[in-house]
Design a protein around this ligand. Structure first.
Ligand code: CTP
Ligand code: MG
Length: 247
């Protein structure tokens, strides 16, 4: 468990080149809301998060049009030329707001389907070295050399990194440093410092919406999450009737 104020840092300054929508992918619509609104709704409904710090490009005309941009628990900072730079700017803001005790939960704006139960799991499992949501791989993994197989890796030791990733803000800021080359997630910056963050098994519906075919998949996962939620509510109601002796 973590002690100290918790901030979400959301990098959202990408251009969505692989999506090819002509505008940043977080403003695409999913079931009547933008991806950005889905992501931020989930983070804002997780009570332990004091503030959500969003890193957006200075010349992003869409962000200020979302009502969430002026939400009292949302702070906007300037994004950078790389994801890592955007994250660093957000972590700097968390340090300014929350001081040395602050923790940051870094989450891609492009992952609108993260489950609050997984965020709670991450908080519960986290130790001093931090923790990330991840998934064990299911395929056999080959290492390539010149387009041919060099060798087969031991699948049991390989995980795919997801977000959120949770670290003490000061430690992550120091680990990111000035040299951000090769830093594709926060954990890799910590690893460069010799640290070993905890791997917490997440869910495969926490996809990073990247290419056009991810949108129908996201629609499917969202509907499935909604059905599961309804089922939970249904069970609860049956329980209530049972208690009162009605069934
Ligand atoms: N991101 C960011 N600053 C950047 C680049 C990316 O804050 N300079 C953010 C994106 O907005 C996204 C997250 O990092 O929420 C994950 O990045 P990715 O999926 O690569 O998004 P894009 O960079 O927008 O997409 P692409 O690489 O296809 O252009
Ligand atoms: Mg990118």
């Amino acid at each position: 468990m973590i002690q100290g104020p918790l901030y979400a840092v959301v990098p959202a300054a990408g251009v969505g080149e692989r999506m090819g929508a002509g505008f940043p992918k977080q403003y695409l619509s999913l079931a009547g809301k933008t991806l950005a609104e889905h992501t931020l709704n989930r983070l804002l409904s997780f009570a332990p998060i004091e503030k959500v710090i969003v890193a957006v490009s200075d010349d992003d005309p869409w962000w200020p049009t979302l009502s969430m941009a002026s939400h009292p628990r949302v702070t906007t900072v300037t994004g950078g030329e790389s994801r890592a730079r955007s994250v660093r700017n957000g972590v700097a803001q968390a340090l300014m707001d929350g001081g040395e005790d602050a923790w940051v939960l870094v989450h891609d704006m492009a992952r609108p389907l993260v489950r609050l139960s997984d965020i709670q799991k991450l908080l519960d499992a986290c130790d001093d070295q931090g923790a990330i949501l991840a998934l064990p791989v299911v395929d056999t993994i080959k290492q390539a050399a010149d387009g041919h197989i060099d060798k087969t890796l031991d699948r049991d030791t390989i995980w795919r990194a997801l977000t959120p990733q949770l670290f003490r803000a000061a430690a992550l800021y120091e680990a990111l440093g000035e040299d951000l080359t090769g830093i594709t997630d926060e954990a890799s910056a910590m690893e460069r410092q010799g640290l070993h963050p905890v791997l917490v098994a997440g869910h495969s519906d926490n996809i990073k919406i990247t290419v056009p075919e991810d949108l129908p998949l996201a629609r499917f996962y969202l509907a499935r999450q909604f059905e599961a939620e309804q089922l939970e509510v249904g069970r609860f109601e049956v329980g209530k009737v049972e208690e009162s002796g009605g069934l």
